[in-house]
Design a protein around this ligand. Structure first.
Ligand code: FAD
Ligand code: NAD
Length: 401
């Protein structure tokens, strides 16, 4: 009998953990599993701000996919997905190749939301992927070097748009990384300005008052200029334009104003709601029996009005149930309904501070920072066991190219 073909699109949190779960759940020879990702490496999205500010080495953030999977059980294919032909059960790849599937998981993650604001797509720097955050780091280094030649102060002004968790984590990392980079490139740190712009009345507006106050104080202690209740209206290569006739001369706007589903999902011939693939309680794309979707490109309604947020925590919990449901579908067994259990959220503000909430318990300061490290280490443990943590931290793994 022909072996069923399972194809997984995207080796981010959702995709790679599903493939690892399938390695455990499937019997030898029960199915062929192919994992497709546009890069040879898996990156730790939750730590990308560190790549941007140069506060982590590459091997801590990006690791080669073939080192993380069992090649006897999962075939890895480095390729960019361009679309899906649902009728022919085929995935189209850049370059014209296609891959057939019997069962498909779409876990292609997120793209940044620009709200059509002029100049953002062209001139702002996104916290989206390992490559895009490496571009932030390279931009910082370039501006420090050029400042030495022309002393243009706009080169030393770094603006972060959006004061959600991503923005706050980026600000903390810049405050910690820039003094070291200035020293290395012999530029006076006193001349550097870090600016935060947030449309709402405060940073992390969705968090309790005490947490907002704590975060604001930490950012102010880092000498970060805060422009709250102020929207960014435009970005050019030399300035950002804010509401209330404010203009900030800068060469570096880092954009963290929210995310949307990967636009590729629009080209899959599948139903799309709010740029995402709506899924049923078993994580199958609406009206499909053999196509699943999880993570930031999928839309799972936790009740009539509210969808689950685009977080790693959601993608990881979904991966566990999705792997079980793919296997159950192949075996003709019954599927498990997905139930999300929120375990809390913690955002770092540099290495020694963090803000978060677990249940009704508010976390902050050094304890919060420690908890954040524990959460990150737990993910690595899940992904590759204790040896991966050792490799990541002590440098025995290859750097991605
Ligand atoms: P992703 O992790 O984005 O993976 C998608 C994968 O698909 C990537 O490997 C990508 O290369 C690949 N891909 C994309 N397009 C194609 C294509 N066309 N062809 C082939 N492959 C493709 N959430 C938390 O719960 N906790 C946190 O602490 C946290 N911190 C965060 C910090 C930052 C700076 C950011 C940006 C996000 C953070 N999040 C956090 C959110 C979290 O990272 C995402 O929700 C999570 O990455 C979603 O997982 P995913 O598998 O859906 O997508
Ligand atoms: P977000 O949507 O949570 O925050 C974006 C912020 O940008 C909002 O506060 C919004 O008011 C602001 N904004 C929007 N348009 C603006 C404009 N024109 N000018 C100025 N400000 C503007 O997005 P995010 O922070 O990128 O987070 C995305 C997802 O990733 C969320 O689900 C988040 O929970 C998750 N995440 C989690 C963590 C963590 O748990 N540590 C860290 C990072 C991200």
């Amino acid at each position: 009998m022909r072996k069923p073909k399972i194809v997984i699109l995207g080796a981010g949190y959702g995709g790679i953990i599903t493939s690892k779960k399938l390695e455990k759940l499937l019997k030898s020879g029960e199915a062929d599993v192919t994992l497709i990702n546009k890069h040879e490496y898996h990156y730790i999205t939750t730590q990308l701000h560190k790549t941007g500010a140069g506060t982590a080495v590459d091997r801590q953030i990006a690791m080669e996919i073939p080192d993380l999977i069992d090649p006897d059980k999962t075939t890895f294919k480095k390729a960019s997905v361009t679309g899906v032909d649902v009728q022919k059960q085929a995935v189209h790849l850049e370059g014209g190749e296609s891959v057939d599937y019997d069962y498909l998981l779409i876990a292609l993650g997120f793209d940044i939301e620009t709200f059509g604001i002029p100049g953002i797509k062209e001139h702002a720097f996104a916290i989206r992927s390992f490559r895009s955050t490496k571009a932030i780091y390279n931009q910082i280094i370039r501006q420090l070097s050029l400042y030495k030649e022309d002393k243009d102060p706009s080169r030393l002004t770094f603006v972060v748009a959006g004061g959600g968790f991503t923005g706050v984590e980026m600000l903390g990392e810049l405050a910690e990384g820039l003094p070291k980079l200035c020293k290395k490139y012999d530029v006076p740190f006193d001349e550097v300005k870090i600016v935060a712009v947030e449309a709402a009345a405060s940073v992390i507006p969705f968090f309790p008052k005490e947490s907002i106050q704590y975060t604001t104080e930490v950012l102010e202690n880092f000498n970060i200029q805060l422009h709250m209740s102020t929207k960014i209206l435009e970005c050019t290569p030399e300035k950002v334009v804010l509401e209330n006739d404010i203009e900030i001369p800068t060469r570096t706007l880092i954009w963290s104003c929210g995310v949307k589903g990967n636009p590729i999902v629009q080209d899959c011939g599948l139903p799309v709601i709010k740029n995402k693939l709506p899924v049923d309680s078993f994580l199958r794309v609406q009206d499909m029996k053999n196509i699943f979707s999880i993570g930031d490109c999928s839309l799972f309604m936790k009740d009539e009005k509210n969808a689950l947020p685009p977080t790693a925590q959601v993608a990881l919990q979904e991966a566990d149930v999705c792997a079980k449901n793919i296997v159950a579908t192949i075996r003709g067994g019954s599927l498990k309904a997905f139930e999300y259990h929120h375990k809390g959220s913690v955002a770092s503000i540099g290495t020694f501070a963090a803000v978060g909430k677990v249940g009704s318990f508010r976390l902050s300061g050094l304890f919060g920072a420690f908890m954040k490290q524990v959460i990150e280490a737990r993910y690595l443990l899940n992904l590759g066991g204790p040896s991966l943590i050792i490799k990541q931290h002590f440098g025995f793994s290859k750097e991605p190219v």
